[in-house]
Design a protein. Structure first.
Length: 157
């Protein structure tokens, strides 16, 4: 039974990987370990540029907490590495419900931006890996999509 669940999880991660290859503005990942309830943080760097649609103004992002369903929460926060401005921490309150966290946004032109995806422990947390899916976009001041780099992983927990 556990082997079948692990196979399904593995296949889901592979399919998410294929989706990520198709869109440079999405990133899937995992936090935690099989036999641990420890919190963890993945950190990415994202840069913005004018791809012909206009000067970048801000980075906007959200995160979805996918399967397996676990009381641990997944949150997202953006920091401008140029100005030090930080967004609030936005948490996806319910696993695998098809809804993401509220959007977070930081204004800092081209960036670079640091995006943190955090596993947040709860009193009823269970051991295991949490799977997340992040969506991010650089936008102009009017909200038009502009050049967005692929995320560069700086920390993997």
């Amino acid at each position: 039974m556990k082997t079948m669940k692990l196979k399904k999880l593995f296949l889901s991660l592979i399919m998410i990987g294929y989706v990520c290859l198709a869109s440079a503005h999405e990133q899937a990942g995992t936090l935690g370990r099989k036999n641990s309830t420890a919190a963890g943080t993945d950190i990415f760097q994202i840069d913005c540029d004018d791809d012909g649609n206009g000067d970048p103004h801000h980075l906007i992002a959200n995160v979805s907490d996918l399967r397996p369903v676990n009381p641990a929460l997944i949150g997202i926060q953006i920091t401008s590495l140029t100005t030090g401005k930080e967004s609030t921490l936005s948490i996806d309150p319910k696993d695998n419900d098809g809804k993401a966290s509220a959007d977070v946004k930081v204004v800092s032109d081209r960036g670079p931006y640091q995006v943190k995806i955090q596993r947040i422990r709860t009193p009823k947390d269970k051991k295991g890996v949490e799977v997340y899916f992040m969506v991010f976009h650089c936008e102009t001041a009017t909200g038009a999509h502009t050049g967005t780099s692929d995320p560069v992983m700086k920390q993997n927990q």
